[in-house]
Design a protein around this ligand. Structure first.
Ligand code: GLC
Length: 576
């Protein structure tokens, strides 16, 4: 691969330094001059941590949970103590610092203090300011790219910091990444879209000149050259979480952030040959960043797309440029919610309908619109589908339905209210009745079931990392527990999350916070799993904090938009 140049950046502000480029271990990565960002970071903007009705509450009805008073940085106290809670009289009870004796209903689990310490150790500084967390701090195995700050991996870290009243690192990260977005990005000779956000970045320290520089990867260094489609969506979702949590609207209102949102929207709302409102992607474009048969219209991307569209709607200013974008978002949201709720949804009734589908139907009257051949229904799905319950399937496109269950997409569907309240309850019912398969001994299966033998060979290209019930192919990922917890609280079923968290905390510290577990029940530490994987640590902390104080949910959840109701009937798509 030809070395990438940093010359000709889109805003002309990057000053490539050849000397530094030569010293860099990975010449294909982009070097960034961050003087602009440093200037911004040095100019502190007032952050109002006080809880007040944040701006998106104006447009969406509030949760019934009463908001808590401002939080203290309780967990900051753990910095110099291995057990954060041992010597404290005042306790952090759900949502408030009481200063009174420990209340009976919240006893922090002993591993919480260790988790905070591990999370703080993973913090990455840029010119003296924290800007993210490293993917894994595991010295026992090769770094590969685990020494980078991944956008998607930072989300649970960011939420943990926000929930603990420490928004600075999140603000720095959001600014840092929006600057990285504005650089020119190329894979070989091909220029990527302006709105593309990096998958990850790395801070390099030059001890001679005592200066930090940033290298970002937009897919041009990634294994398989996969495109980080989810990064931009997570960035918007996190910007809204920051705004909601702090009440500080000034960050989102900055012209740089407004432009960042618009560029991401331009990328994914552009017109093309598409016949569906869902977003067409190549394989490996999200958390599952290897070939796993998720190409087409993967549920993870569609759910994140939907959530990002809704967050963008809340964050965009109603000015000339914003208004045009807003109009397009509103139209897309309507089409997308109809499409997803109708065609991606599977329950026993829908399964039975597909089982009896006629094929080769033409015209608007077709019932089997995508010409799915009933013989393509896999055997396992008949056993997996409970009488009560349902879920959004993995993918829908012409003659293709991927019936696999994917955890992230279904949880985000609940959080974004892409799922109707009935669908959210049905997803919870499914998790409860398929507990052994989806949770087993370690939460949580990234997807279910695993592909085996011939299918594994064809679909993954014989990937030795994605063998059956390992890694992305049916492995169990502790990070997903924060998404499950948030979804459970939103759906009014927190006891499901509590059960899962208890399972996780019985092993996570002892096993040194693995990245993933292997086996049908998730009983084994993953064969190539990193230890001290930051998002396993942060995911656990976020889950704990949310369960203890459900008002935290507001920063990562969106109430149902009444305008998207009533749900249209399946057969009504041509008259909507
Ligand atoms: C693996 C995961 C990806 C994650 C990265 C860093 O590649 O598949 O989702 O971002 O590791 O932890």
């Amino acid at each position: 691969m030809a070395p990438t140049t940093t010359e000709g950046t889109s805003n002309g502000s990057a000053k490539p330094n050849n000397e530094e480029q030569q010293q860099q271990p990975a010449p294909s990565l982009f070097e960034i001059d961050d003087s602009d960002l440093t200037r911004l970071l040095e100019k502190p903007r007032p952050v109002n941590i006080e809880r007040k009705r944040s701006f998106d509450e104006r447009s969406f009805s509030e949760m019934s949970i009463t908001m808590s008073p401002p939080r203290n940085n309780f967990y900051r106290m753990s910095e110099n103590s291995s057990r954060a809670f041992d010597n404290l009289d005042g306790v952090y009870s759900p949502g408030r610092w009481t200063g009174t004796p420990r209340s009976g209903y919240f006893e922090p689990h002993p591993i919480v203090g260790d988790a905070w310490e591990a999370l703080r150790r993973s913090m990455v500084n840029f010119r003296g300011q924290p800007v993210g967390t490293i993917a894994a701090l595991d010295n026992s195995s090769e770094d590969l790219n685990y020494d980078q700050v991944f956008v998607r991996d930072f989300v649970p870290s960011a939420l943990a910091f926000l929930m603990n009243g420490e928004p600075e690192i999140v603000k720095n990260f959001l600014l840092k990444t929006v600057f990285l977005q504005s650089r020119e990005k190329k894979v070989d000779n091909f220029k990527l879209g302006e709105g593309v956000m990096p998958a990850s970045f790395k801070v390099l320290h030059d001890p001679v000149r005592n200066i930090d520089t940033i290298l970002a990867d937009y897919g041009e260094s990634a294994i398989g050259r996969v495109a980080p489609v989810d990064s931009g969506f997570w960035w918007i979702i996190l910007l809204r979480a920051y705004t909601k949590s702090t009440g500080d609207t000034s960050l989102a209102e900055m012209p740089e952030c407004q432009r960042g949102i618009r560029l991401i929207m331009t990328l994914c709302l552009s017109e093309g040959f598409d016949t569906f409102p869902t977003l067409l992607c190549a394989d490996g474009c999200c958390m599952i960043d290897r070939r796993m048969g998720v190409y087409g219209y993967p549920i993870e991307i569609q759910a994140l797309f939907f959530m990002a569209l809704r967050c963008a709607l809340l964050l965009l200013k109603r000015d000339c440029e914003g208004n045009d974008c807003i109009d397009r978002i509103v139209k897309r949201l309507h089409a997308l919610s109809f499409h997803m709720r109708s065609y991606f949804w599977l329950d026993i009734k829908q399964l039975n309908d597909i089982y009896r589908y006629k094929t080769e139907e033409y015209s608007h009257t077709a019932v089997n619109k995508f010409n799915v051949i009933p013989d393509s229904l896999p055997d396992w799905v008949f056993d997996f589908m409970p009488t009560r319950g349902g879920y959004f399937i993995g993918n829908v496109s012409p003659a293709k339905m991927d019936f696999r269950w994917f955890c992230l997409g279904n949880c985000v569907a609940i959080l974004s209210s892409l799922a109707t309240p009935e669908q959210s309850s049905a997803i919870m019912d499914l998790i409860e009745s398929r507990w052994g398969e989806l949770v087993g001994e370690m939460p949580l299966k990234i997807c279910y079931p695993a592909m085996e033998s011939h299918e594994w060979r064809i679909v993954t290209g014989c990937d030795p990392k994605n063998t059956s019930w390992s890694y992305h192919n049916g492995g169990s990922w502790p990070v997903l527990i924060w998404l499950l917890t948030a979804a459970c609280i939103k759906a009014g079923r927190p006891q499901i999350a509590k059960r899962a968290i208890e399972l996780a905390e019985s092993r996570l510290l002892m096993d040194q916070w693995p990245e993933y577990y292997d086996g049908k029940l998730g009983r084994f530490i993953g064969k190539q799993a990193r230890k001290n994987q930051t998002w396993s640590i942060a995911g656990y902390l976020v889950a704990k904090m949310m369960l203890e104080d459900p008002s935290h949910l507001g920063m990562i959840s969106l109430e149902e938009d009444k305008q998207m109701k009533p749900q249209m009937k399946r057969s009504a798509s041509w008259v909507c």
